[in-house]
Design a protein around this ligand. Sequence first.
Ligand code: 4NP
Length: 154
Amino acid sequence: MRILMVCLGNICRSPLAEGIMAYHAQIAGLEWEVDSAGTGGWHIGEKPHPLSQKVAKINGIDISHQQSRVFSEKDMLYFDKIFVMDKTNYNAVKSISGASWNPDKVDLLLNLSEPGSDKEVPDPWTEDEEKYHTVFSMIDQACKSFVDRHLAKP
Ligand code: 4NP
């Protein structure tokens, strides 16, 4: 399975989501391809935000190798599942995808842990470390739920 995590800048939330989903998949022995992208290009080529890197590391996950990139129409065709952090990301992915848009592939990430809730992962961009821990925990629950559900399938 190919999974793409999407947020606005691809430096705070989606790099965490990429690292966390890859971590849970690897522990479960699943050979999934996990990547992330942003809908905006302000941080192209940059590593994840220092607080995203720090909080990931505290939880045993290294995301320091990641580099920010922008979501493209090709991503909509290539990936099997695309998880967005908030409704603005959802609308931007839809707009960028143009004719390739496939709503069956796209969902809010937190619908994995709280189905149908349409809750959003808050943007920690200008916040302190505590917010990054909160965001980590939300994303972690969602990714773990997804892997657990996949493993439980007959
Ligand atoms: P992210 O956070 O979408 O979680 O990566 C942001 C990062 C940068 C900006 C906004 C949100 N920015 O405006 O540069």
